[in-house]
Ligand binder design. Structure first.
Ligand SMILES: [Zn+2]
Length: 247
């Protein structure tokens, strides 16, 4: 049977209050909405990074296509220049010159088709490049949002850590001088009872489980010595008597 002076039992209620506060602070720190916000933005940034790489690849592919399209057009242009040269020189038979003229006509058609194709590739390149620029802007915006959210989260975490540090010190002060036996019992019960090891007996009610004690229990507690450490019959928590216990 653990015993402790009444004032030590009261101090155990202070220890409990600090422990409860520490649990709340730890929970708050774990569940800050800023954590989810940072995760969400980090995920978004990863997705944007992947999309950016893919968009850059599309641009490179189209750039190669454009080089090819330009070369095709250039080839025809060179041929036109060569044919015109021959035509202007006027060498050869009339039949031959006629054949050259004929080729120039079909080259003009071919050049027109190839230039259209080149234009189409250029348009696609422009669209792909603006997609890259768009993704770059998105990345910049989300990066800034992430930096902001991370800063906000870190500030809140630091504040909670400071508060927890003060609370922890207050807890140490409250527990100083309490017997190891009493603290061990408190810790054991606390572990088994969802974080509440000691509760006040207030107007015949256990503040741990909220149940009102029956007359038999009340009589038993009345008969107990002041330094006896009482347990609630219902929840087994350490029940601390105070002037408001209704005994
Ligand atoms: Zn109880």
């Amino acid at each position: 049977m653990v015993t402790a002076a009444p004032q030590d039992q009261w101090r155990l209620l202070d220890v409990q209050a600090h422990d409860t506060r520490l649990t709340q602070l730890a929970h708050r720190r774990r569940t800050l909405p800023e954590h989810a916000e940072v995760d969400r933005l980090t995920g978004q940034l990863t997705t944007l990074g992947d999309q950016f790489v893919a968009a850059r690849t599309v641009v490179s592919d189209i750039e190669r296509e454009l080089v090819k399209a330009e070369a095709d057009v250039e080839q025809v242009r060179q041929r036109v220049i060569r044919d015109r040269g021959r035509l202007d020189a006027g060498h050869g038979a009339a039949k031959e010159l006629q054949a050259i003229q004929h080729e120039l006509d079909s080259l003009a058609q071919r050049q027109s088709v190839l230039e259209d194709a080149e234009l189409e590739v250029m348009e696609r390149l422009e669209a792909a490049q603006s997609r890259v620029a768009e993704l770059e802007a998105d990345e910049e915006r989300v990066s800034a949002e992430l930096a902001e959210a991370t800063g906000r989260r870190d500030r809140l975490v630091a504040e909670l850590d400071d508060e927890a540090g003060r609370e922890q010190q207050a807890r140490v002060n409250a527990a100083a001088g309490l017997s190891a036996e009493l603290l061990a019992l408190y810790e054991k019960v606390r572990e088994q009872s969802g974080g509440i090891g000691a509760a006040r007996l207030y107007q015949r009610r256990c503040e741990g489980c909220r149940l009102e004690l029956n007359t038999t229990d009340i009589n038993r507690i009345r008969a107990a010595a002041d330094d006896a450490v009482i347990r609630c019959e219902e929840c087994r928590r350490i029940l601390v008597r105070t002037p408001d216990s209704g005994l």
